[in-house]
Design a protein around this ligand. Sequence first.
Ligand code: NAG
Length: 202
Amino acid sequence: MAASLLIAAALLGAIVCAQDVPPEARIEAFKYNGAGCPQGTAVGEISLDGLVLTLKFSEFGVATDQQLVGKRKACQINIKVNIPAGWKYRLDTVRLRGYAGLDATVKGLHKVLYYFTGEPGNSSYSIQTEGPKDDNYEYSGAFDKELYSDCGASRNLNFKIEVRVNNDADPAAQGMIDVDTADSQVIFKPSQALYSIKFAPC
Ligand SMILES: *[C@@H]1O[C@H](CO)[C@@H](O)[C@H](O)[C@H]1NC(C)=O
């Protein structure tokens, strides 16, 4: 396993509201799963007020010196939320941080996608970069669609974060991306957010 994959990596995420948080909106539970976050490689905590979920991952990295399976990794996070009747919600913006070491021509891709359990459709944010790079990075932007949860259904939120490196243009060139070592947070109240959430009355 590449040294880069052994470096503690973490995904940064936070959800923040632009409007008031409806009373009783809270995060109740979460699960994670995927090659980027095998069971046992993340720890998480929901705050006492139920408005913040903090996750820390330890093995979320990709590198070109791996087989294909090590060049692409994803983490699927399922969050059980309580959204009071009369409200719906969506994710708004995303911010991603990490470290990328990419030789010239090596490409890196980040994609974040969300959807609601039991509802059709999804919305995503993606960004592609290309080496040379050897630095920490931070990307932010809006999801491509304003996809709201169904009214009053308290739909669980699923998001999938995928990171890839690709050296197809020059197999001799190398690259790696580690998602940041800081905590990942999902927040239902104003804060320094990485993912932001918007509530709307139905
Ligand atoms: C997201 O939606 C697109 C259609 O807009 C669909 O092709 C794709 O399979 C969906 N992806 C997931 C992971 O649900």
